[in-house]
Design a binder for this molecule. Structure first.
Ligand SMILES: Cc1cc2nc3c(=O)[nH]c(=O)nc-3n(C[C@H](O)[C@H](O)[C@H](O)COP(=O)(O)OP(=O)(O)OC[C@H]3O[C@@H](n4cnc5c(N)ncnc54)[C@H](O)[C@@H]3O)c2cc1C
Length: 500
């Protein structure tokens, strides 16, 4: 093993939403910072989707197999590169609703309270929205929590067909709203352009790409991380730092802690609670397709969000979830990577080609909160990474889907010139779609019931932090990215004080 002779103030492992944002926050301190990123820079053209390229369905999947609860291998939809999954995301940057931070009764059980509240996160949401240049408009969505200042940029206009749907929904008494979108000169903002690249302008920040962390080593008492073991090319290196921050994503950060088990941490680093890897959540996600009568470009962003059923419906007093249009299929990774859509459509409408699907359809993306279950977990069976996940809260999700299809039918009746009134194929996202993974190292005050303290420092190891989506105690039904970034900024503020 090659021992690096530098000592860093902070080592950040992973450069996605959490790690990239934290690097940007810490860079101006002048502290010596090392970012270790498993992937490389994504070439710009391959981070933009080009026409039928999106149909190469494995393009955005990870290189190694994980294993489901039956032991079957699968290739997760996760991107290892500078910027992490923000390089392939849709850039919809929603705040959690204020009630999401409280205990909420769902049909299938309780969504637990967060140890911090919306008001604790609000300043960091605002900071994250400024950094990531969020375009949006406040006031249309009754579930939107209070903002201390408006969005930094105006909302993005809808495509003409989408505008018609938006207006029709409003006439039905619903409350469609402009989705908040992170957009810069180069398209969607991400944690490379907004986090890592500006951080690297400071000479105290170093990035090593192609640097996969494979193990963490503690001091003999187990109270501190002393060494970070990294595979770079064919060689193994050992780096040391005063503060170590994990930001590998909820599955990979938990996996790294578990894989680093030693005599003082026999169940994995910082895992006396036995909670590392447990309570994995990934939301229930479905796409419903609506067929249009004439063709469009297939190239437009997600712009419509609807939360009328976020907390329930007239005859269902439990949260159901969030709806958004899925964006043109040539521009939207998750939508295009949902192969079941194609088979559902092929059955419903024989001879319907992929290009037709892209230009003659509008997709609707529905997301429902799943509840933490300790048996949904990341663990190792021998050297195989297992992701045991059994969905829950499914009736709430089904109700959202059925309710939405009803609404789409009403829209089609009101706008017969626009829509082909036929079927509404539905596709549920299978296990490899781990886009909204979270919860594997929940934060809290009680070391017996959480892995991280309120500053996202592990309860057991003084210099070890986790700033990716692992810290979520519950998943909510909004997309997680903005909360991950806001939290990284919050933890960054704590680290700046600690390092002073
Ligand atoms: C297709 C897609 C679309 C999405 N759209 C949205 C959206 O519109 N809005 C939204 O809010 N969220 C969206 N998400 C989710 C969002 O991208 C994630 O919530 C967010 O990126 C999570 O941030 P993170 O820091 O936890 O992990 P990531 O962003 O995944 O970053 C983890 C980083 O760690 C690196 N890494 C992993 N293991 C190691 C290791 N051992 N050593 C070194 N480096 C390592 C990875 O390469 C990666 O760079 C989307 C996700 C996907 C996949």
């Amino acid at each position: 093993m090659i021992i690096d002779d530098q000592h860093y103030d902070v080592i950040i492992i992973g450069s996605g939403a959490g790690g990239g944002t934290l690097a940007r926050k810490l860079a101006p301190t002048g502290k010596k910072i090392l970012i270790l990123e498993r992937g490389d820079f994504l070439e710009r053209e391959s981070s933009q989707l080009i026409d039928t390229e999106v149909f190469k369905k494995e393009q955005f999947h990870g290189p190694e197999a994980w294993h489901d609860r039956t032991g079957e291998p699968f290739y997760p939809q996760t991107r290892y590169c500078v910027g992490g999954n923000t390089k392939i995301w849709s850039g919809v940057l929603l705040r959690m609703r204020d009630r999401d931070f409280e205990t909420v009764q769902h049909q299938d059980g309780l969504s637990p309270e967060w140890p911090l509240k919306y008001s604790d996160f609000e300043p960091y949401y605002t900071e994250a929205e400024q950094l990531y240049q969020v375009h949006g408009r406040i006031g249309d969505d009754p579930t939107e929590p209070p903002h201390s200042s408006g969005y930094p940029e105006p909302e993005v206009a809808h495509e003409p067909d989408i505008q018609t749907v938006f207006d029709t929904l409003s006439k039905q008494g619903l409350h469609p709203a402009y989705l908040p979108l992170g957009l810069g000169d180069q398209g969607r903002t991400d944690s490379e352009d907004t986090g890592v690249s500006p951080a690297l302008k400071h000479e105290n920040v170093t990035l090593k790409t192609g640097a996969q962390v494979i193990s963490l080593h503690t001091n003999p008492s187990g109270s501190e991380i002393r060494g970070v073991q990294v595979k770079i090319g064919h060689h193994s290196y050992l780096f040391s730092g005063h503060i170590i921050v994990l930001a590998c994503g909820a599955v990979n950060s938990a996996a790294l802690l578990l894989r680093s088990a030693n005599e003082k941490h026999p169940n994995g680093i910082a895992n006396r609670s036995d909670l590392v890897g447990r309570n994995l959540m990934k939301q229930l996600l479905s796409v419903v397709v609506q067929l249009t009568a004439s063709s469009h470009s297939g190239l437009f962003p997600r712009t419509v969000g609807l939360n009328d059923f976020y907390w329930g419906d007239k005859d269902f007093p439990y949260p159901m979830g969030h709806v958004q249009n899925s964006g043109g299929i040539f521009q939207d990774v998750i939508f295009s990577e949902a192969p079941p859509i194609f088979s559902a459509l092929a059955r419903a409408i024989p001879n319907f080609g992929l290009r037709q699907l892209a230009t003659r359809s509008i997709g609707w993306w529905l997301q429902t909160e799943d509840l933490p279950n300790p048996n949904n977990r990341v663990w190792f069976f021998g050297d195989k990474l297992r992701v045991d996940y059994e969905p829950n809260n499914e009736e709430a999700h089904d109700r959202l889907v059925y309710r939405w299809v009803d609404i789409l039918r009403q829209v089609e009746t009101a706008q017969p010139q626009l829509f082909n009134r036929s079927t509404h194929p539905r596709s549920d996202m299978p296990i490899p779609i781990v886009a909204h993974q979270c919860g594997t190292c929940r934060f809290g005050e009680d070391p017996a019931k959480s892995v991280l303290d309120l500053n996202c420092r592990t309860h057991e190891v003084d210099n070890l932090y986790v700033v990716d989506s692992s810290f979520f105690p519950s998943n909510t039904a909004v997309s997680p990215g903005l909360t991950v970034m806001a939290n990284a900024l919050r933890v960054g503020e704590h680290l700046i004080q600690r390092l002073a």
